[in-house]
Design a protein around this ligand. Structure first.
Ligand SMILES: NC(=O)c1ccc[n+]([C@@H]2O[C@H](COP(=O)([O-])OP(=O)(O)OC[C@H]3O[C@@H](n4cnc5c(N)ncnc54)[C@H](OP(=O)(O)O)[C@@H]3O)[C@@H](O)[C@H]2O)c1
Length: 282
């Protein structure tokens, strides 16, 4: 049996990575992938530490994929971010240059400083915290390649309630904890299937450069929390509205993304909570 695969998803055991793998499979593309700590079943899945350059090179040589999707990241500590986000991007870029494959890299809206909002692909990254800084440095590593696509996305939400935001809200509210969410911090949350479907579409169309894939509706963190709590059947009264401005935290305030480039390329992107009054970037 040939060990080749068409699309290799690095971080296939993660929330976005598993949805992206599924969307390519549905499009009848041969998919292989990697996990790190959480073994997922499947003959076309192997363990990979993306911070190990030799292992990355060996894996891509053996699978020889046409496209690599980088959905791997560990943002639990500063050193984990340096290893997985920055060194991982450097390793994947070097291996893709060697093997001759395209690299599609998942980046984030928080490469921006949040002062302006409705960021377009031509706005310059200006991150304010460690995670945003690591992701911005990873983008620089990726853009040294001839053939790459950087996807900047926002908070990833799933109908299954298994995304990180929903899990956090469920765990806090079901314990009876009171949580504060900001009314002055805006993001463009996206349904995971829109992200995955958008990546398949852009891969098929061989789009390069930077593309923003996010929900079409900006919501405050508070609005998002209330929306998710209600979906999960929990009482949103446990969420207190607060102001980031008064919190003293260093976080970008308005990282909403303009997605006109993606929708112009035929990607389906939706508002997360059309029944709520949100912010639309036109
Ligand atoms: N979640 C969001 O709302 C959001 C928003 C914007 C951008 N993003 C970006 O989207 C991408 C995917 O995020 P996600 O939410 O799907 O994250 P996730 O569920 O935490 O998945 C992260 C993936 O990275 C893998 N990984 C961790 N350390 C690794 C290492 N040393 N070597 C190789 N793989 C490693 C994990 O493997 P194991 O689980 O097997 O250890 C997992 O497959 C990330 O680049 C993230 O920065 C996410």
């Amino acid at each position: 049996m040939s060990s080749r695969c068409d699309v290799c998803v690095v971080g296939a055991s993660g929330y976005a990575g598993s949805a992206i793998s599924g969307a390519f499979r549905e499009a009848d593309v041969s998919v292989c992938g990697t996990f790190f700590r959480h073994r997922v079943p499947g003959e076309r899945l192997r363990r990979l530490d993306v911070s190990d350059g030799e292992a990355v090179e060996n894996l891509l040589r053996s699978w020889s994929p046409r496209i690599v999707i980088n959905a791997a990241a560990d943002w639990s500590t500063k050193s984990a971010m340096e290893a997985t986000i920055v060194q991982g991007a450097r390793n994947l870029a070097a291996a893709c240059a060697d093997v001759g494959c395209r690299l599609i890299h998942i980046s984030t809206d928080v490469v921006f400083d949040g002062r302006k909002g409705c960021y377009t692909e031509s706005d310059a990254p200006r991150p304010v915290h460690d995670y945003g800084k690591a992701k911005a440095r990873a983008e620089v590593e990726i853009s040294t390649l001839r053939d790459y696509l950087i996807i900047r996305t926002s908070l990833i939400i799933g109908h299954d309630g298994a995304d990180a935001q929903s899990r956090w809200i469920r765990s806090a509210l079901s314990r009876g904890s009171q949580i504060v969410l900001f009314t002055d911090e805006y993001r463009s949350p996206i349904w995971v299937e829109d992200l995955a479907g958008g990546i398949v579409r852009l891969a098929e169309a061989e789009v390069g450069g930077v593309v923003h894939l996010a929900g079409t509706q900006g919501l405050s963190r508070y609005q998002l929390g209330v929306f998710l709590a209600e979906r999960l059947g929990l009482d949103p009264a446990g969420i207190t509205p607060g102001l980031q401005e008064e919190s003293g935290l260093v976080r970008p305030k308005d990282c909403t993304l303009n997605v006109n480039k993606a929708t112009g390329l035929g990607v389906r992107l939706r508002p997360l909570a059309p029944q709520m009054e949100g912010k639309y970037c036109v």
